[in-house]
Write a protein that binds this ligand. Structure first.
Ligand code: ASP
Length: 305
C-alpha cells in the first residue's frame, strides 16, 4: 500500500492512510481524506478556502478514477457544494455518465443528499472584491457585473493567488491503483472555466495494471497534452516511471504558443515506485508520501526539470 498527495493534502492525508490500513477501497479512503482538505480554510486553493471566479462565485472541479475498472466520475464548475470529490465518486457510482457540470451537477448533488452550502470564504470575498475594484476602477465597478469579463482574464495569472489542486494517488490493499482530485480552480477564472482536475487523461488517470498520474497547476497545459494519460500509457508501453514522466514533460515543453505555464506531475507505478516532477513552476514544490513500511507520512521535495 502507498499514498501520494501534493502539499495541500495535510488536513486529510492521515485519514486516508487510516482507511487504507483498514483495507478500504482506495477511492473511499482518498475521498474521505480530500473532504477534510476541502473544508479547511488554511488550504487556499481547494474547497472552502479557495478563490472564486470573476463574478465572486465559487465553482469547484473534481475527479475520481478507479484504476481496476477504469471507471471515472467527475464534476466541473459546481456551485454551492462540498465535498466535491465525494460528489464525483457519486457520479461514478450512480449515473451512466462520466461528467456533470454546473447546474446539472448541483441538481444531482441535491438529489443525492448534498446540502447547499455557502462556499465563499469571507477573506476570499474581500480579496476578490478589492482586486475587482482595482481592475475596473471607480466607474467600472458601478456597472459590475454588467461589464465584459474577458479583458479581466489577464488577472488570473496573478502570481499571489494563482492556482492549485489537491491530488491523491494510492495503491490499496485490494491491488487497486486509483486517483482523486479536487480544486476551486484558478483564482478569478472566467465563469464556467474547467481546469484539468475533472478531465480524465489530462488532470488524472489510473490503471491498476500499470500506475496512475495526477497533475497540479496549469490545466491549460495538461489538457492540451493529455499529460496524465501519457504517463500511464508510457508505463503500459514498458517505460520506467522516470522515463514515462520525462515523455510527458517533453510533450509539455514542445508547446510554444497560447497560454504557457508550469505543471507538477505526480505519479506512481504498479511496482511501488513514485515520482513528483515540477515542470517550470516557481518555488519549491513539496508532496506527501506514505507506504506501509513507514510509521508516519513524510513531506518530501519534488524534482525540478
Ligand atoms: N490544475 C488546476 C486547474 O487548472 C489547478 C491547479 O492545480 O493549480 O484548474
Amino acid at each position: 500500500m502507498l499514498l501520494l498527495a501534493n502539499s495541500e493534502a495535510y488536513p486529510g492525508f492521515e485519514t486516508s492512510i487510516d482507511l487504507l490500513k483498514k483495507g478500504e477501497h482506495g477511492l473511499d479512503a482518498m475521498v474521505a481524506g480530500i473532504a477534510h482538505v476541502e473544508r479547511d480554510v488554511r488550504v487556499r486553493s481547494v474547497g472552502f478556502g479557495g478563490w472564486p471566479n470573476m463574478l465572486g462565485r465559487m465553482e469547484f472541479d473534481a475527479g475520481v478514477m478507479d484504476g481496476s475498472t477504469r471507471e471515472v466520475g467527475s464534476v466541473g464548475a459546481v456551485p454551492d457544494t462540498l465535498p466535491v470529490a465525494a460528489l464525483a465518486r457519486k457520479v461514478m457510482q450512480t449515473l451512466p455518465h462520466v461528467m456533470l457540470t454546473g447546474d446539472g451537477a448541483r441538481r444531482f448533488a441535491t438529489e443525492t443528499g448534498f446540502s447547499i452550502d455557502e462556499t465563499l470564504y469571507e477573506d476570499s470575498k474581500r480579496v476578490w472584491w478589492e482586486r475587482l475594484e482595482k481592475e475596473l476602477g471607480p466607474e467600472g465597478i458601478k456597472q459590475f457585473p454588467d461589464v465584459p469579463l474577458a479583458p479581466l482574464s489577464k488577472t488570473i495569472t496573478d502570481p499571489e493567488r494563482v492556482r492549485d489542486t489537491t491530488v491523491f494517488l494510492c495503491s490499496d490493499a485490494r491491488q487497486g491503483i486509483h486517483t482523486a482530485t479536487s480544486t476551486s480552480g484558478w483564482a478569478w477564472k472566467y465563469p464556467g472555466r474547467l481546469g484539468d482536475s475533472p478531465i480524465p487523461g489530462a488532470g488524472f488517470y489510473a490503471d491498476s495494471r500499470y500506475g496512475a498520474a495526477a497533475c497540479t497547476h496549469t490545466g491549460e497545459m495538461t489538457m492540451r497534452c493529455s499529460t496524465a494519460r501519457t504517463v500511464v500509457l508510457a508505463l503500459k508501453l514498458g517505460y520506467s516511471l522516470g522515463d514515462a514522466i520525462k515523455l510527458a514533460v517533453e510533450e509539455l515543453a514542445e508547446l510554444t504558443e497560447g497560454f504557457l505555464a508550469g505543471v507538477v506531475i505526480h505519479a506512481i507505478d504498479a511496482k511501488g515506485n513514485h515520482e513528483v516532477v515540477n515542470f517550470r513552476c516557481p518555488g519549491d514544490i513539496a508532496y506527501w508520501y506514505w507506504d506501509e513500511t513507514m510509521s508516519a507520512p513524510e513531506k518530501r521535495a519534488a524534482k525540478t526539470v
